[in-house]
Design a protein around this ligand. Structure first.
Ligand code: PXL
Length: 280
C-alpha cells in the first residue's frame, strides 16, 4: 500500500510520550507493552531502556535480569531530550528501573527538565533479584523517584509497601492505601486491586487529593495477565499526553486494559499477555 500526500498539506503532529522502562523479551510487559499502548492510543512513543529481562523457561519462568549501564541510560535520555523540546515531550512514564544506580541516573536526568506528566508504575520487585538488592532498589525508588511523580499506579503489593499497611483486603483498605500514598507523594494515585481482592470485580481506587472514585469492571478470570500494569500506566500517560484530565485518563486506561485482557495472547509461558489491540 502506498500513500501520496501532497507536500503542501501538513499533518497534525501526534502527542509525544517517553517510557523509561525495561525490555521484556517475550513482548508481554515492559517497554514493548508501553510502546504498543502508546501507538494504539495515537501517541508517538519514545523509549529509553533501563534493563533487559529474559524469562527463564528452565527455571519456572523466573526473571533473568541484566541492567543497562547507567551511562548508556544517560546517553539515551540525552539523545531524546536534545531531540525533543520540553514543550513537545512533556509526558514520561517510568516502569522498571531495577538498580539504585539506574534510579540515580534517571532521577537526575528527569530533574534537569520540566514535565507536565510523570506517570510512575512503581515496579518494586523483580523475581530475579537478590532480596537485599531489591530492598535497596525499593528504597531508592521511594526516595528519589516517587517524590517526582505526578501520577502513580501501585499494584496490591506496591500499595502495601508504599502505604506501610499490614493488609489490604477490600476496597476500604485500598482506599486507605490510596490516601496514604497520595499524602506521601502528592501524586494522583490509581491503586490497583486486580485479582488480589476477592469478589467478582476488578477494582481500582482513584484518588487525587479531592476526587475519590472506585473504578470497577467484571474480572476476566482470576489470574493476573502479563503487561496489565505496564499497559495501564502507559495508557494513563498516553491520555495525559493528549490532554485528558487525570480522572478521564484513569477511566480510559481501565477500559483499555480490560479490553486487552479479554483479548489476551496465550503462549507456552504459564501466563497470558495483554493484547493492546483488544480495544479495536
Ligand atoms: O510487570 C512488571 C514488569 C515491568 N517491566 C519489565 C518486566 C516486568 C515483568 O515481567 O519484565 C521489563
Amino acid at each position: 500500500m502506498s500513500f501520496h500526500i501532497p507536500a503542501s498539506i501538513s499533518l497534525p503532529r501526534p502527542a509525544l510520550a517517553l517510557t523509561i522502562a525495561g525490555s521484556e523479551a517475550t513482548g508481554g510487559a515492559g517497554a514493548q507493552a508501553d510502546l504498543k499502548t502508546f501507538q494504539q492510543l495515537g501517541v508517538f512513543g519514545i523509549a529509553a531502556l533501563t534493563c533487559i529481562v529474559s524469562f527463564d523457561p528452565n527455571d519456572s519462568w523466573n526473571h533473568r535480569f541484566m541492567p543497562v549501564d547507567a551511562q548508556v541510560i544517560a546517553d539515551q535520555l540525552e539523545a531524546t531530550f536534545t531531540a525533543y523540546d520540553a514543550d513537545d515531550l512533556a509526558t514520561v512514564k517510568i516502569g522498571m528501573l531495577g538498580t539504585p544506580a539506574t534510579i540515580d541516573t534517571v532521577a537526575q536526568a528527569l530533574q534537569g527538565r520540566s514535565w507536565k506528566n510523570m506517570v510512575l508504575d512503581p515496579v518494586l520487585i523483580c523475581k530475579g533479584q537478590e532480596p537485599g538488592a531489591a530492598l535497596d532498589t525499593d528504597t531508592a525508588l521511594k526516595n528519589q523517584i516517587l517524590p517526582l511523580a505526578s501520577f502513580v499506579t501501585p499494584n496490591h503489593f506496591e500499595s502495601l509497601s508504599l502505604s506501610g499497611m499490614d493488609a489490604i483486603n477490600d476496597v476500604d483498605d485500598l482506599t486507605e492505601a490510596a490516601h496514604r500514598i497520595h499524602a506521601i507523594s502528592g501524586a494522583v494515585v490509581l491503586a490497583k486491586g486486580g485479582v488480589r481482592l476477592s469478589g467478582p470485580d476488578a477494582v481500582d481506587v482513584y484518588y487525587d487529593g479531592s476526587t475519590l472514585e472506585v473504578l470497577s469492571s467484571p474480572k476476566v478470570g482470576e489470574v493476573a495477565v502479563s503487561g496489565a500494569g505496564c499497559s495501564l500506566a502507559a495508557a494513563v500517560a498516553a491520555e495525559l499526553a493528549k490532554g485528558a484530565t487525570p480522572l478521564d485518563a484513569a477511566r480510559t486506561a481501565k477500559e483499555f486494559v480490560t479490553a486487552g485482557i479479554k483479548a489476551r495472547v496465550s503462549s507456552n509461558a504459564p501466563f497470558d499477555a495483554l493484547w493492546q489491540g483488544g480495544v479495536r
